[in-house]
Design a protein around this ligand. Sequence first.
Ligand code: ADE
Ligand code: ZN
Length: 330
Amino acid sequence: MKVPDLPKVELHLHLEGGAPPEFIRQLAHEKKMDISGIFNPDGSYAYRDFWHFLDVYEAATSTLKSPEDYHRLVLAVLQESAANGVVYCETFLSPDFCGSRDLGAWREYLHAIREAADIAEKTHGIALRGIITCIRHFGPEKARETARCAAETAGDWIVGFGMGGDEKLGNAKDFAYAFDMAREAGLRITSHAGEWGGAGSVAETLEALRPERIGHGVQAITDNTLVDRLAEQGTVLEVCPGSNVFLGVFPTWDAHPIKTLRDRGVTVTVSTDDPPFFHTTMRREYDRLADTFGWAVEDFRALNLAAANAAFCDADTRARVLQQLEPADA
Ligand code: ADE
Ligand code: ZN
């Protein structure tokens, strides 16, 4: 079913994960890099499972070598998001990939990223904010260096701190120092958990990192007490159903717990994660959710309101976004 076009809010988008494969192929061509092994014959990204996906993601990202490359990337990604009706987006940015966590280099990348975001806002009417993410499988020490970059550039545009990467490695508490640094700098907190790590990983992340939002969090469904806790304390889940089904976290859309979590009172939102990697878009996510769970326009409006209220932006920006979400006939 095609859900009528709605203005949308997306809270969970990895910037490099939004790179169309043809964009990465073009960069590789310009730099004379051979990364042909990461593509299928039809040109799409090729990987076997989540862990191979992380390798392919990093290989694709290795073609992004300068602030100018990120400028181009932001324009390409936001053009696609805006074409899907997204009016406000929060994207994960990693100083690991942008200047190897050197603060001076990171500032240059951030400058280029913001410049491109400003252009996209003027051209397409989409607002972007950044959440700096450390990468779990790079370890706690690099996470601290990342948190320093985050703390030094925190403000009205870098609004949050988070963590992605291989959830099966290490404990959330190993990263508590980095998260505390970011929190003290005024950044709002989210972290991936409960994608691959089970309900225990969500519980551990809540304890150790005290996030307001959780990236995915869907494995919480196996623990009723935890689901009640998420609902009671208002922890917001950045749910990416298409990503979960494509990667095999759940075998089918019917088996995805987003509806059950929502029915149990958990605040859920909908995002794409790494859209070209999972052959998805925000429109496709909505269409599949409508097909699978019978959700109607009012459900999607409610999801977008929840996402706008959970956004890490300042009050003026939120007010503008909420206005954009108002139905035209209201
Ligand atoms: N980095 C990019 N996509 C990710 C995902 N789905 N989980 C963890 N880390 C990621
Ligand atoms: Zn993610």
